[in-house]
Design a protein around this ligand. Structure first.
Ligand code: FES
Ligand SMILES: [Fe+2]
Length: 404
């Protein structure tokens, strides 16, 4: 239980049962769900590891041979783009003495070489070289079979440039997982998505649990007080709730009409835009941790990486529609759009970090939900509570899934 006793688990399970009540009577997740290291490890192994959890984006490994490490609540993984263009995700650990293989994003060329004793793996994880393993200049040794000591691959897939992993190897197929959201947003040609480049990316480190960032993203309720600027061109009154229990939660705006400084210029839109999408935005958390913001002319992707119970790394990426949108003619407009979103996400920092500090108070025992305004947040809490209860009931750690 990683420092989390059975008694503590039982106590938390009792509180989780209250989350599932009808919204007017429900309380939210208990404080320990945001503060306890033992809970965070349990959550990683019994919830995040059993479903499709986002760990990064393809943009981080643009070319064959590129590798980018990522840590999921302390569990080290590495994304690698192969010669075939495919992204694979491995446990970021050497088969020899367990050294972390890749410490920072870089190009590995054709081989991923361990910095300790230089064992080297190809981009598909096969162990190719074991220098001096036999002593002297002998690079092989009797009884040691390289084929048995490759990297451990994790089941992974790419959707809207987002890299998802199933650490258990036993989650439902990704297509099943994503189907409800893919269906909601059918009609958008994702093959046209192009990353906007360096200025269309930013990263925030937040002093809060990752779940608070999901909750805050799911609601529009705070707009008038936290985002007066955003609320001027995408008003709270124009928003609607989005919640599909078990799948996704968020909110949308019927009237997203920002001014980016140059009203003469507009980004290209998705062709055959589905009805009603001109001037609309939808902000949806695909549970557990991938957040998407879709508009007629851009999609943003936010990945929340839990780094500890009270620390979250937030990756933010913007994608436009077609090659022209990411060309020089739109550079200034892209920069203005990215800056506008960066300001919005920075504005949220104060509240997500403040809610984290608030959870140190015994005076807060899960709080309350507004039945009118907090439906999507409650939807997320119900999903988490259900997944935690199921994880506790079935226990057991997810097995390593070695692909291929
Ligand atoms: S730990 Fe990697 S080569 Fe020894
Ligand atoms: Fe916000």
């Amino acid at each position: 239980m990683d420092g989390w006793s059975q008694g503590a688990l039982d106590e938390t399970l009792e509180k989780l049962a209250r989350v599932g009540r009808p919204i007017a009577e429900a309380t939210g997740l208990p404080n320990e769900a945001y503060r306890s290291a033992g809970f965070a490890a349990f959550e990683r192994d019994q919830v995040l590891a059993r479903t499709w959890t986002a760990v990064g984006v393809g943009r981080q490994v643009p070319a064959p041979g590129d590798a980018c490490p990522v840590s999921l609540q302390g569990l080290p993984l590495v994304m690698v783009r192969g010669q075939d263009g495919r992204i694979r995700v491995f446990h970021n650990v050497c088969s020899h003495r367990g050294m972390v293989l890749v410490e920072e994003a870089k190009s590995c060329g054709r081989l991923i070489r361990c910095p300790y004793h230089a064992w080297s793996y190809d981009l598909e994880g096969g162990l190719q070289a074991t220098p001096k393993i036999g002593g002297g200049e002998r690079h092989s040794c009797p009884g040691f079979d390289k084929a048995k000591h490759g990297l451990k691959e994790v089941r992974s897939t790419l959707w809207c440039d987002t890299v998802f992993v199933d650490l258990s190897g036993r989650a439902a197929p990704f297509e099943t997982f994503v189907a409800p959201l893919a269906e909601r947003w059918r009609g958008f040609d994702w093959s046209l998505l192009r990353h906007g480049g360096a200025e269309s990316h930013f990263e925030l480190t937040l002093a809060c649990n990752w779940k608070l960032a999901v909750e805050n993203f799911c609601e529009a309720y705070h707009l008038p007080w936290i985002h007066p600027g955003l609320n001027s061109y995408s008003r709270l009154e124009d928003h609607y709730d989005i919640a599909l229990p078990g799948h996704y939660a968020g909110q949308g705006s019927h009237a997203y009409r920002p001014s980016l400084g140059d009203d003469q210029q507009a980004f290209p839109q998705f062709p055959d835009l589905p009805e009603g999408w001109d001037g609309k935005g939808e902000y949806i958390a695909l549970l557990p941790n991938a957040l998407f913001g879709l508009h007629a002319d851009h999609l943003f992707v936010v990945i929340l990486l839990p780094e500890g119970p009270d620390r979250t790394r937030e990756l933010f990426e913007i994608y436009y529609v077609g090659d022209a949108a990411v060309g020089p003619a739109f550079a200034a407009l892209r920069a203005a759009n990215a800056e506008q979103w960066r300001v919005v996400f920075e504005e949220d920092r104060g509240v997500v970090e403040g809610m984290q500090r608030g959870r140190a108070s015994p005076g807060f025992t899960g709080g309350a939900f507004s039945p009118a305004m907090d439906g999507p947040t409650h939807c997320f809490h119900q999903w988490m509570a259900g997944a935690l209860i199921e994880g506790a009931a079935t226990k057991g750690r997810p097995e390593l899934a070695v692909v291929g």
